[in-house]
Design a protein around this ligand. Sequence first.
Ligand code: UT7
Length: 334
Amino acid sequence: MIAKISSAGILGTGFYVPDTILTNVDLEKLVDTNDAWIVERTGIRERRIADKDVPMSALAFRAAQRALENAGVGADELDLIIVATLTSDRIVPSTACILQDRLGAHHAAAFDLSAACSGFVYASSVAIQFIENGIYKKVLVIGAETLSKYIDWEDRNTCILFGDGAGAAVYGEVEAGYGVLSFDLGSDGSGADAIQIPSSGSLHPVTEEMIAKKMNLIHMNGQEVFKFAVKTMGATVLTSLKKINMDRTEIDWLVPHQANFRIIQSAAKRLHLPMEKVIVNIQKYGNMSAACIPVALAEAVEQHRFRKGDIIALSGFGAGLTWASCIMRWARED
Ligand code: UT7
C-alpha cells in the first residue's frame, strides 16, 4: 500500500451496548474460574450480553443512529454502509442491507466485511478509498457483534473473554492534512484455525452432529493468538507511521483492540506510550471483536478526550489471522 495524505476522516461516532451485565462473579457460577484470575490474566471485570431475541443489527442500528446524529449527517446522505462483523444476522443477506433499509439510507450501497476483530479498521480503509477518489462523499462504517450467541458457556478458555456491542463512524471529507493519513493491513491465513467457528459455512454445514460437538461455537487457541497479538499490534502501528515518516513520539492516543489488557500493555510499551495515552475499556465490555475499536473511539469522543489535531492510532488483530492499523489526525472540534 502506498501511504498518502488524505482528506477523508471521521465526521462523527456513536456506540451502543446492551444493558445486561455479566460479571466475573456471575461466570464463577457457570465454569471453574474466578474473578481474580480473569482480572489478572485479561483485565476484564464484566461484559454486556444481548437478549436472546436481539440480533446484531439491533445493536448496530442504535450505534449507527448515534454516529449519524453526532456527525450531523442524515441517513439519506449516505453513499455506502459497511458492516464489519463475524456475527451477522444471517449469512445471506448482508446485515448492511438490513441496516440500509432500517436507517432509511435510500441512496446507499451496502455490504458486510469479514476481517474479525480487525474488521473496523479494514472497513475504514475501504471507506476512505471511496471518499478520496471522489466516488462517494459519506460512508458509514459499523463494527458490531453479538458474540454471546456463539459462546460455549462451559468453556472457560473462551466464555470469560467475549461480550456484545456496536460502534460506528461516519466518514467524509475533512480539512486537508486531517483525517486518515496512513494505514497498514495484513493477514496470515496459516493461522486460520487459531480462532474459528468450525461449523458456520460450507466447509462443515450446521448439522445436529456438529451442534452436538459444539462445532457451531467459538473455538480458540488462546496462547497462539496471544503470541501473535503481542508480535503484531505495536508493529503494525510502526509500519503505518513509517509510511508517512512519522515517529511514535508523535502519537497522542492509541485506540487498540480490547482483547486482553496484557496485550494492550505490550503494544503501548512497543510504542513507548504511557498508559494514560491509551484508550482502555476492556474492564467494562470485554472483547467485542469488530466492535471494540469503534466503541472505544466513540466513548473517548463522548468523554471529550480528543482535541482537533491529535494524532490517533487505531490498532487491531484477530481471526484470519488478520491485523490492521491506521493513523489519523483528528479533524473534529470536540
Ligand atoms: O480478539 C482476539 C481473540 N482472542 C484473544 O486475543 C485471546 C488471546 N489470548 C489470551 O488472552 C490468553 O491466552 C487467555 C486469556 C485466553 C488465557 O490466558 P493465559 O495466560 O494464556 O492462560 P493459559 O491458557 O496459559 O492458562 C494458564 C492456566 C492453566 O492452568 P494450568 O494448566 O497452569 O494449571 C489454565 O487451565 O490457567 C488456567 N485457566 C483458567 N483458570 C481460571 C485457563 N482459563 C482459565 C479461567 N479461569 N477462565
